[in-house]
Design a protein around this ligand. Structure first.
Ligand code: AKB
Length: 342
């Protein structure tokens, strides 16, 4: 008999790296096959934690069909995506990867559910990029934004994530609604809207919130850093351990507890200047300047300064382990210092 499998796409990315590490340490890990799929060969440190590491494209339908034939997939963590800055340079490719790739995975989840007869959890990282505030004045006025407010994305990535949230709801409740043999859709779609994520272990690439991590890693390496947003640019952030916690906690929440399929999750909001102050406090020789790249900075200005994550706290007990103080003192600074210690 085939073991129950969890498929992680974008496994070599920042979130994938942390998620596979977490899966491997969970009780019962040996009872679950971890299938890691990425365009690039999986990092050596992760390969031995996975039952299968597949170098492939989520746009390759033949590959996905082979996964359906070989594994009994009960959960999909679909992390593969082109992030907001990279997506602006290649919007058509971003649409294909971020939307058509997601559609392919939703179809895979539906087909798997039909084969083994139980729901397939489809865990999806959406983003604060789905929001679009029209000006800094409005951004200052609106304060903590709720999930249904200001859903006017200003980037291809934000449009992609917003549409994929709707696709997930569609597959969870309406897919094949006119078919004679409809059956159950079987796709248990659940999403969190991530803020800017900061990892001490990996470096981000292609995001517009990357300046926080770039600043910190540069300081730890003793390299100068020119920040591409202004000192006052403020958005919510979260360190990677809390991002992994959010995905795993949402996935394990009883379905009857959930009143939504898409949730805001928050940890701490800080301006780029406040982040600089914390970085300099930890690395006094850090050379951090502010040289705004106006178009990229303007994207960050459309994202909310804070989001309201009350529904996640009420429905499935969301509660971050790291506020700003603990993020720097207990995770970022000690881990990054160890990473770059000469
Ligand atoms: C990005 O900057 O594109 C991402 C995000 C905010 O979702 N980190």
């Amino acid at each position: 008999m085939r073991k129950r499998a969890v498929l992680v796409t974008g496994a070599n990315g920042e979130v994938g790296y942390g998620l596979i590490e977490r899966f491997a340490s969970m009780p019962g890990a040996q009872d679950m096959d971890i299938i890691a799929l990425d365009l690039k060969k999986l990092d050596r440190k992760l390969r031995d934690k996975c039952s299968a590491t597949i170098v492939g494209d989520i746009l390759d339908k033949d590959l996905l069909q082979r996964l359906i034939s070989e594994y009994e997939i009960h959960a999909v963590y679909h992390l593969a995506a082109l992030l907001s800055t990279r997506a602006e340079f290649t919007p058509d490719t971003a649409h294909r990867v971020n939307v058509e790739g997601t559609l392919n995975l939703l179809r895979l989840a539906h087909e798997q559910a039909q084969w083994h007869g139980s729901p397939v959890a489809f865990i999806f990282p959406s983003s604060i990029a789905v929001y679009g505030l029209p000006s800094l004045t409005v951004k200052a006025e609106v304060g903590r934004v709720r999930a249904y407010q200001w859903n006017f994305p200003t980037t291809m990535y934000g449009c992609n994530k917003s549409y994929c949230e709707h696709l997930g709801r569609y597959f969870a409740r309406h897919y094949r609604q006119l078919a004679a043999d409809r059956g159950v859709t079987g796709v248990d779609f659940r999403a969190v809207r991530f803020p800017g994520l900061i990892s001490a272990i990996t470096m981000p690439s292609g995001g517009t919130s990357d300046y926080a991590a770039e600043m910190l890693h540069a300081a730890a390496k003793g390299e100068p850093y020119a920040c591409f947003v202004s000192e006052g640019a403020t958005i919510p952030f979260m360190v990677m351990p809390d991002a992994i916690k959010a995905l795993v906690d949402l996935a394990s929440a009883p379905a009857e507890k959930l009143t939504q399929r898409v949730y805001n999750v928050a940890s701490f909001s800080r301006s780029a200047g406040q982040l600089r102050d914390r970085v300099v406090a930890a690395f006094p020789n850090a050379k951090i300047t502010f040289e705004p790249d106006e178009p990229r900075a303007a994207i960050v200005d459309t994202w909310p300064a804070e989001v309201d994550d009350t529904p996640a706290r009420k429905d499935w007990g969301w509660n971050p382990d790291y506020d700003a103080d603990r993020a720097f003192t207990k995770y970022l600074v000690p881990q990054i210092s160890k990473r770059y210690r000469k």
